[in-house]
Design a protein around this ligand. Sequence first.
Ligand code: PLP
Length: 445
Amino acid sequence: MENSAASASAPLDTYGRSPLAAVDSRVHEVLLKQVRQERTTLKLIASENFASSAVLEATGSIFTNKYAEGYPGARYYTGNEIVDELENLAIERLKALFGCEHANVQPYSGSPANQAIYRALLSPGDKVMGLPLPEGGHLTHGWSVNFSGSDYQRVPYGLHENTQQIDYDRLRDTANRERPKLIWVGATAYPRVFDYAAMAEIALEVNSYLAADIAHISGLIVAGGHPNPVGHCDVVGSTSHKSIRGPRGGFILSRNEDRHQALHHPKNQHNLAKRIDRAVFPLLQGGPHINIIAGLAVALEEASHPALRVYGQQIVKNAKALAQALLERGYELVTGGTDNHMLILDLRDRPLSGKAYAERLAKAGIITNFNMVPGDPRDPAVTSGIRLGTPAVTSKGMRQGEMVQIAAFIDLICREPADPDVHASVRKDVADFCAAFDVPGITDR
Ligand SMILES: *Cc1c(COP(=O)(O)O)cnc(C)c1O
């Protein structure tokens, strides 16, 4: 029933209304509109996914009400023994899944997690190397309009002109010349795996910290569909709501001890885990969102099941199938393909901008985002690319055969971007196509 969708198991009133429907018909109506949209469209945004009903139930639970500043066993409020049990459960599950020594589950999201990593490792003005935003890096890896670009000296490293992949040789040269204190490895729009061992070697050579940002790929890593950076990196930051299918939040994994203790932290604190914890609270945040930690714990339980391995591998198979089908239809892809969950359509040789194509695809029920491609001649506000990701459609149960059909839908729109009749007819076909699939969190009960 759509009426009960997304309102985790709440009792209905005598008119059959959920508490939300009874209290606030306006918000309930927009929620139902969103539910309808999710059921009838193809969510190909690489950073989005569907959390399960179990995750949504925990996230929408009474843990919303609890204040628990501090950490398990050391809170500033009483009555937190149960919350301690919950947070420890999430921490232990993360440590087991990723094989790390320390985990912090309190960051409000991926950007705050990264901010805490900066504050734990560096002083303002220190040098940081990262992949620039136009080449696939995240805002927080040293982009000008972000704190990471204004408070730290940023030294970008780039992609190889021919392969469009990270140029590790050039990166090594730049690192040796610039001697950064932190190097980021991770991206928001990069369709290939990262060579964490090569990055670790470079970081060691120049005595720099190495931080991985696995916001997009944490679910793939747990599934064995992407190498695990833990062991190669000092610190790993992540969101919890992308491929790993948790609630909207973040986490940080780290070593206990700082391998660079002689390096440069002003307080000369050798315990890296403690520095991370103190950077999250009390330096940057107040009370943790306990309901989110509850949802994360549930997502991590789900992630420990063999089904998650199958799911994670299917995401990659689907991305490869979608890439193959688009290549066969004559599309250019950044790096020529994918090894992970995403692909980036390079539309530089097409008449319209990435934004224009993304808007037309959305009219047909194909939800994507426009994205810069390497060497993009267009403005970031319009771009020449479209980023496509398979985590959400894989959560709906789609497989390689469906990817071939999705490529055909995309092609129809991109070939006839000016024809509203084509948009309308594809919109209807997309809705019919989607009707055969459950949507986790909506129709999986
Ligand atoms: C999504 C993302 C983030 C930030 O996540 P928010 O939750 O939006 O703050 C950080 N790093 C990378 C690489 C991302 O893709």
